[in-house]
Design a binder for this molecule. Structure first.
Ligand code: DAH
Length: 339
């Protein structure tokens, strides 16, 4: 039997060495190791052997199987590298490859990320809320009563359910105050906002805002001013001039619009509006306290400031983009300038 095994091994190794492709190699594998292969048949004779010969024979069988298996593996690798070499033979490895243009970030993403980075340095963290909002979060809680012109059906997109596409990110102020566990609250919320505006060079029906809210024991108007001055000067350069122009927003008192002085070659400098802001109206805190059923946000206990800026507008200023529609057209001739 040992001689037979030695013969099987020699034949197997010869067949494997002679195999010249995957098919002939597989044939050799089946002939020797397959279910009805030579070695398998030989092992089935084990049961007829006297007991004392079994261990030695078992070991011999195993060794033969291992030797053949190893030879098969080596040959498979050898055939594979021969095939690879053949494939590469026709290829000039020194030829220059195709150049895939690298992608880049959209200008809105760039400006948003810069804004977030600056405000993070001041301790603001990110918050978010849904774009499909309730009237409560978008208006009522922001001290904007049902007869306020902002709630006009023509201004906003309403769903049959009574929900609406948020007209500003200020709703995230409410979402945050509803569930805030501890003071201070210091959040920013970038995101889309929607209006039924006529589309033109400065208006889209979907645009991007960045909301900010800071609530604590003793927040003052000077904190708001310092924060926003620092923000705009960090974003557009130290020499940037900004002004706070008194305005009205239902959810802040006093309220301001912020203008930036824009210098365009060959033109008189002009002020352009970039954000709204103000001190959170005590009415907003009262409605939040009622909603929460606790005293955390009682207007006697806390004050706060809020701001909301148009990210599209900021991108247009940063890069001198004259038409807001460029930002949504996905024209790579325009976008590749930012990559
Ligand atoms: N939500 C306002 C808008 O969309 C912008 C705004 C004004 C946000 C004053 C504020 C704020 O947080 O305090 O026009």
């Amino acid at each position: 039997m040992t001689e037979e095994l030695a013969a099987i091994q020699t034949e197997a190794l010869t067949a494997i060495a002679a195999a010249h492709d995957d098919r002939t190699l597989d044939e050799a594998r089946v002939t020797f190791l397959g279910k009805k292969g030579r070695l398998t048949v030989a092992s089935s004779c084990m049961k007829d052997l006297p007991k004392e010969e079994k261990p030695a024979m078992g070991q011999a069988l195993n060794e033969t199987r291992q030797t053949i298996t190893a030879a098969l593996e080596n040959k498979t690798e050898e055939l594979q590298s021969q095939a690879d070499a053949k494939l590469l033979a026709g290829i000039d490895l020194t030829m220059p490859g195709y150049c895939l243009p690298a992608g880049g970030l959209h200008p809105l993403t760039l400006i948003r990320d810069r804004a977030i980075q600056i405000l993070r340095r001041l301790g603001f963290s990110l918050a978010e809320g849904p774009e499909i909002e309730t009237e409560f979060h978008c208006f009522d809680a922001l001290n904007t009563p049902a007869d306020h012109p902002a709630r006009n059906e023509k201004d906003t997109f309403y769903f049959d359910s009574g929900k609406l596409l948020r007209t500003h990110t200020s709703s995230v102020q409410i979402r945050t105050m509803e569930k805030a566990k501890q003071m201070p609250i210091r959040i920013i919320a970038p995101g889309s906002a929607y209006r039924r505006d006529e589309i033109d060079a400065t208006h889209l029906s979907v645009f991007n805002q960045l909301e900010g809210l800071y609530v604590d024991k003793d927040v003052r108007l000077s904190d708001l001013k310092g924060t926003l001055e620092y923000f705009f000067q960090s974003l557009f350069g130290e020499k940037t001039e900004i002004r706070f122009r008194p305005h009205f927003f239902p959810f802040t008192e006093p309220s301001f619009e912020i203008d930036i002085k824009l210098h365009v070659k060959g033109h008189e400098p002009k002020w352009i509006e970039v954000a709204g802001c103000g001190m959170v109206d005590p009415a907003v805190f009262s409605s939040m306290s009622l909603r929460r059923g606790d005293e955390t946000l009682l207007p006697e206990k806390v004050t706060g400031f809020a701001f909301g800026m148009g990210l599209d507008r900021l991108a247009m200023i940063e890069w001198g983009i004259r038409d807001i529609r460029r930002l949504i057209e996905n024209d790579t001739r325009f976008l590749s300038q930012f990559a």
